[in-house]
Design a protein around this ligand. Sequence first.
Ligand SMILES: Cc1cc2nc3c(=O)[nH]c(=O)nc-3n(C[C@H](O)[C@H](O)[C@H](O)COP(=O)(O)OP(=O)(O)OC[C@H]3O[C@@H](n4cnc5c(N)ncnc54)[C@H](O)[C@@H]3O)c2cc1C
Ligand SMILES: NC(=O)c1ccc[n+]([C@@H]2O[C@H](COP(=O)([O-])OP(=O)(O)OC[C@H]3O[C@@H](n4cnc5c(N)ncnc54)[C@H](O)[C@@H]3O)[C@@H](O)[C@H]2O)c1
Length: 473
Amino acid sequence: MSKTVHDVDLCVIGAGSAGLSVAYGAAHLGRSVVLFERENMGGDCLNTGCVPSKALIKAAKVAHERRHGAEFGVAPSEPEIDFNAVKAHIQGVIDQIAPVDSVERYEGFGVTVLTEDARFDDKNTIVSDSHIVRAKRIVVAAGSRASAPPIPGLKDVPYLTNETIFQVPTLPKHLMIIGSGPIGLEMGQSFRRLGSKVTIIDIAEPLGHSDPDHAKVLIDALKAEGVNFRAPAKTKLISKTARTIKIEFEDGETITGSHLLVAAGRSPNVDSLALEKGGVKYDRAGIDTDEALRTSNPRVYAAGDIAAGKGGLTHAAGHHAGALIKNLYFMPPGLGAMFAKATTNRMPAVIYTQPELGTIGAGHEAAAKTVHFDFAENDRSIAERDLVGGVKLYLDSKSKIIGASCVGSQAGEIINTISLAMAGGLKLSQITSMISPYPTRTEVVKRAASSHFTAAIFGPKAKALSGFWTKFQ
Ligand SMILES: Cc1cc2nc3c(=O)[nH]c(=O)nc-3n(C[C@H](O)[C@H](O)[C@H](O)COP(=O)(O)OP(=O)(O)OC[C@H]3O[C@@H](n4cnc5c(N)ncnc54)[C@H](O)[C@@H]3O)c2cc1C
Ligand SMILES: NC(=O)c1ccc[n+]([C@@H]2O[C@H](COP(=O)([O-])OP(=O)(O)OC[C@H]3O[C@@H](n4cnc5c(N)ncnc54)[C@H](O)[C@@H]3O)[C@@H](O)[C@H]2O)c1
């Protein structure tokens, strides 16, 4: 069969968060763009990641709230879970967003969308079963998939990943989860709230890289809801019995469950791209890139999860796309790494459990000073009987915010405010001049910033000064 040949400005491989945004930007600048997608438009985020997981979290929250009305005078009741209806809700949410990422919409922008598996043929040519694309520039945005840790027996048992968990036929009786990262924690709490027994297993301390106080708040909250943790624990063998999956630990203990979800990190989709033919260097962590996402082939860039050490989040993929558009179309050659960097020291991340854990920038270990404020002293939190957690702002030696952590309800929204402050390079004093509507949970940011000045404002010098001036009034 003869192949259709395309000569274009830009070829993008992968229509996930990164690839779609790059294709959108280039097409809107009038460039000729071919976009390859071999599975689902929207990639991981829309189909098997952020969107279905957040829809599941909402269903689980509704169930949880039914059980916990008593303190508000609302009679609690045990909810009846129609798991098929929960899945229909999740699919309905995906379906509602899908047109935004669809082939039709992108073709409407002038993008040529080819729904085939793409690979390099040479340094500036991408091929698929029925197309040959010669492109001036190529962006590889082929994403990642759940990695399978090298646990003896794992490959011989049926296990779920983020690609299959949202279609599991019945509500798991006992869901065992390997990995206590964002996926393990979000899924663990959700399935527990929907009625599954849940055990989360991790080789390391859960949230070991987070602020220890905030990590404890989140893990304790999940434990209080009945989520079991086996962590840190070394798994010796996983095997299948007639109806269950059995996990044996190095310490001799054993657990059995009806289902196993593997959420132990991601592997970049580098295997089928023939990257060697494209002169693109990569390893198990993904494609090597410089700060402007340029690979070892100067015509080729990588974005999103496949860019080693730079991806992992939808908004990181979006940030990459923005930097790439700037670099490819608005920069003199070679200056991108200086003026269109895709790396940043203020990337936020949120785990959407309840309480949420939001972080941005540097962690607690890098702080010269930390200021904090707890929800226990926030009137809105008191009114809603939702007191756990608080915010910490990490400061450098000049009292500049270098990072933050917030744990509690709406931590993700609160981190947005800190993200804006960091993007604008705001000083702590400028944050204190923000007028925060009362009563809101975000007030904790202003209160934490204000606490930095408490000693100065109400200290002996301030008292003496105010005493002096009042003599003249
Ligand atoms: C359960 C879960 C929940 C998540 N929740 C959040 C969240 O709440 N917030 C957040 O920021 N991030 C979240 N993430 C992470 C987020 O989904 C990813 O970081 C993001 O989707 C990565 O986008 P991407 O474009 O790099 O890759 P992908 O979305 O994986 O897109 C890559 C696309 O390339 C296609 N492709 C691959 N190889 C080829 C080829 N050879 N030819 C043609 N097409 C190809 C794939 O089919 C895929 O559609 C979550 C992830 C998971 C798994
Ligand atoms: N809310 C969000 O933003 C969100 C939600 C879900 C996923 N994501 C993203 O998706 C990606 C994947 O998330 P994830 O939770 O799978 O990965 P992760 O890498 O964050 O966590 C994986 C966990 O698995 C553990 N692990 C690794 N090997 C193990 C083994 N052999 N036995 C037991 N435990 C083992 C690790 O110690 C780690 O705690 C991340 O990039 C994450 O940022 C983001």
